[in-house]
Design a protein around this ligand. Sequence first.
Ligand SMILES: [Zn+2]
Length: 160
Amino acid sequence: MKRFSLEGVELEIRDSGVHGTGAFARGRIRAGAPVVHVTGRVVLAPVDAVMPDTFWALQVAPGVWLEADPESHDPDNYMNHSCEPNVGFVRGTLTFYALRDIEPGEELLWDYSTAMNEPGWAAPCRCGAATCRGLLQGFRDLDPAVQDRLRSIALDYLRG
Ligand SMILES: [Zn+2]
């Protein structure tokens, strides 16, 4: 188990039993608190490139990715997706903020479509949320109504 602390927010990385490894709150996190800064090695690719399935990275701008360092065990490497997330890019920057109060032991979950914009990218979603879209997609491929709902927790480059 790995433990992290950012500005008073205590996290741990452990097996979630549902999604595999996940990041969990150790203490209560107040709505609006910064929770995790996204880190990684910058990788540049052509705009609208389709990346291989084995590429473990977060898209942060057109043609710009942050690749996870498998040795680093940074919490953002382990944060799973939910269609009803409890953290998001509230300020459009590479910091996750709590979208509501998060209780001790709760898994930190964000919506992958608020960063990913790779054309044609799709993966089945079984997050279990009542509002589950059933399919993970890049922001560009979402229904306009879903885009509107997600815009306020998406990275700056997707806000238009
Ligand atoms: Zn879902």
